[in-house]
Design a protein around this ligand. Structure first.
Ligand code: SF4
Length: 67
């Protein structure tokens, strides 16, 4: 699976970072950083955390894609 990130929609709530700190981080400006290659399939051991982050994003800026 892949996770698509709509950076333009992201409002910097940071819930994805709380849900999956190995995958997402907000920088000092409050901009979202992806700590993984979102063009590539996620390794199996990171998928559960990614799904958790997708679920908690309040504005749907994260989506599971390419299953
Ligand atoms: S939870 Fe959604 S809106 Fe908040 S920082 Fe993450 S992607 Fe952006």
């Amino acid at each position: 699976m892949k996770v698509s990130i709509d950076f333009a929609r992201c409002e910097g709530h940071g819930l994805c970072e709380e849900a999956a700190p190995d995958l997402f981080r907000l920088d000092d400006e409050g901009d979202l950083l992806a700590l993984f290659d979102h063009e590539a399939d996620l390794p199996a051991d990171r998928q559960t955390a990614a799904e958790r982050a997708v679920r908690v994003c309040p504005i749907g800026a994260l989506k599971v894609a390419g299953r």
